[in-house]
Structures are given as structure tokens and as C-alpha cells.
Design a protein around this ligand. Structure first.
Ligand SMILES: Nc1ncnc2c1ncn2[C@@H]1O[C@H](COP(=O)(O)OP(=O)(O)OP(=O)(O)O)[C@@H](O)[C@H]1O
Length: 295
């Protein structure tokens, strides 16, 4: 009996009351884990993450089964591997920290007015892109999401106006002073034109892709922005998200993609993250005569 009482006392001592700091602790950890998982999914580090997980499982199993040599070896691999990972993934770690730093906490909750503005911006963009595509006029638009694009805006001309199809056609007309570079849209409004974007570091991109596409993919690698591009060579419309490029889109598919990415909650019965991935998949499949290509 005494033994049981002692055990209960020990258990009581171990179980501390759940306080507000524990809740904050759990929420912060959940946020960090979510961010890391999303980052792994967006970049090509998924295979490496699986490898690390396998190594950790092997370390644990060899420890439990007392396979001393294997356990020693695994322990050393994990120990030195952590250092090697930091060196190998320096660009990815840097990008991850950059994205965290650029996150605008005020934008985590968007309001109805902003959604209306975005809704109109998408309609006008699609109208302009259909026309620019026909006339083979190059265009590059970046729709900012949570990551702020201040650095890019500073390189161009700051504006503050509603997204309008005629205005976009004017900006991208190849004799207009602002046609070079990207238009940046924040909360459904044009905030910059003629902006320079970071080039993609992806060496596996198709040779067909010019500088405009490489800059668009680069912006989507460095931030969570959605980038819409019209090729000057072919008139083909593309969208880049998370370093992936969806090419040869019809205007209707462009509209669906932009709506799914920028106004995700409109779709019912599906979580936004899942739907966004599905939208990329559907966009390619649902289109006759418009292939898809990812990079
Ligand atoms: N870093 C950059 N940021 C923003 N825009 C850029 C950048 N680099 C190039 N551009 C845009 O790309 C245009 C030139 O690209 P390029 O000559 O490769 O076009 P292109 O052959 O029509 O290619 P694409 O088929 O990709 O449109 C420039 O006029 C400029 O508007």
C-alpha cells in the first residue's frame, strides 16, 4: 500500500499543472514544426528529411537492441551529419530564415475589404494576361502574400493604384518606361512597377526559359509570393509558386490558380494547403491542349 502511495506521490510531482506558458510553448512549437514541414514540402529537401528520419530510427532501434557497433556508427553519423547538414543546406536555411523574417504578422488575418480588392485584381489580371498572351507581350506580376517584398519594390517605381487590365497592358507595352521588370501587387493593389526580382538559383530549369521566367521563379523560391508570367517569345502564360512553374496555362486556368492561391478559403470542404497542391495538379490535368511542366 505504501509503495502505491509513494508511486502516486511521485506521479503527482511529475505532473505539473498546465499553465498559460505551456500553452504558448506548445503553440510556438506547433508553428515552428508547421513552418519547417511546409518549407520541406516546398523545396526539394523532402528526400533528405526522409533520410535523416531513417538514420534517427536506425539509431534508436540499434540502441534498444543493443547493437553497439551499429549504434556507435549511427551516433557518429548523426553527430557529424548535423554539422554537414548546416553546411550543405546553408542556402535553404538562409531562405527559411529570410522567409520567417519577412512574414508580416498583420497579414496573417486578411479582411473582407482586402479580399474584394484581390478578387477584382485577379479578374483584371486574367483579362490583361489573355490579351498580352495573344499579342505576345512579356509580363511579370508578383502577388505578395505573407512575405514582404519591400526589397524588390525599392528597386522599381513605387505606385499605389487599383489593378486594372488597361493599366497593366499599358505598363507592359514594350515601349512604356515601366515595362522592364515586375509589377508587384500587395493586398490587391499595385504597389510597384519596373521592379527587379532575384534570379532563380535552379540550374535544372529548361533552356527555353528566358530571364523573365527565371526572375519569376526566383521570386517564388525566395518568398511565398505567387508569380504570373507571360512569355514574350511564345505568349504562353505561366504561374510560379514555391519555385515550381506551371506553364502553358489558358486564361481560365490562370484565374482558377490565382483564386486558389490568393483566396483559398473560397473553396469548401477542403483545407487550403491541400487544395493549393490539388489546384496545381488539376490545373494541368483539366486543360486540353495545354500541357504542364514543373521545374
Ligand atoms: N531580375 C529581373 N527582375 C525582373 N524582371 C526581369 C529580370 N531580369 C529580366 N527581367 C525581365 O525580362 C525581360 C528580358 O528577358 P528575356 O530577354 O529573357 O525575355 P524573353 O526572351 O522574352 O524571355 P521570356 O520568354 O522569359 O519572356 C526584361 O525585359 C525584363 O523585363
Amino acid at each position: 500500500m505504501e509503495g502505491i502511495l509513494y508511486l502516486l506521490q511521485q506521479l503527482k510531482a511529475m505532473v505539473t499543472p498546465f499553465g498559460i506558458s505551456d500553452l504558448i510553448d506548445i503553440l510556438i512549437m506547433a508553428f515552428i514544426i508547421y513552418k519547417v514541414i511546409m518549407f520541406i514540402r516546398r523545396t526539394s529537401s523532402g528526400a533528405v528529411a526522409k533520410g535523416i528520419l531513417l538514420l534517427l530510427v536506425a539509431l534508436l532501434v540499434s540502441g534498444v537492441l543493443q547493437l553497439n557497433t551499429v549504434n556507435f556508427l549511427m551516433g557518429k553519423i548523426v553527430e557529424y551529419g548535423a554539422l554537414a547538414l548546416v553546411v550543405l543546406f546553408q542556402p535553404e536555411i538562409r531562405r527559411f530564415l529570410e522567409q520567417m523574417g519577412r512574414t508580416n504578422l498583420g497579414k496573417v488575418f486578411s479582411n473582407a475589404e482586402e479580399r474584394n480588392e484581390l478578387d477584382g485584381a485577379i479578374t483584371q489580371t486574367v483579362e490583361a494576361y489573355a490579351s498580352l498572351s495573344k499579342s505576345k507581350t512579356g509580363a511579370l506580376m508578383v502577388f505578395e502574400r505573407k512575405n514582404m517584398l519591400e526589397d524588390a519594390i525599392k528597386t522599381g517605381t513605387a505606385l499605389d493604384c487599383t489593378v486594372n487590365a488597361e493599366l497593366l497592358k499599358n505598363i507592359f507595352w514594350n515601349k512604356a518606361p515601366l515595362h522592364d521588370g515586375a509589377v508587384i501587387v500587395r493586398a490587391g493593389r499595385i504597389v510597384g512597377a519596373g521592379c527587379m526580382l532575384p534570379m532563380s538559383g535552379n540550374v535544372n530549369l529548361s533552356r527555353e526559359l528566358g530571364m523573365r521566367h527565371r526572375a519569376g521563379i526566383g521570386a517564388s523560391e525566395h518568398t511565398d509570393a505567387v508569380v504570373a508570367i507571360v512569355s514574350e517569345e511564345t505568349g504562353s502564360i505561366s504561374v510560379a509558386v514555391g519555385g515550381m512553374l506551371k506553364r502553358h496555362l489558358a486564361p481560365e486556368t490562370l484565374e482558377r490558380l490565382l483564386r486558389n492561391e490568393l483566396l483559398p478559403e473560397q473553396e469548401e470542404n477542403e483545407s487550403p494547403a491541400k487544395f493549393r497542391l490539388m489546384s496545381l495538379f488539376r490545373a494541368g490535368k483539366g486543360e486540353k491542349g495545354h500541357g504542364e511542366e514543373n521545374h
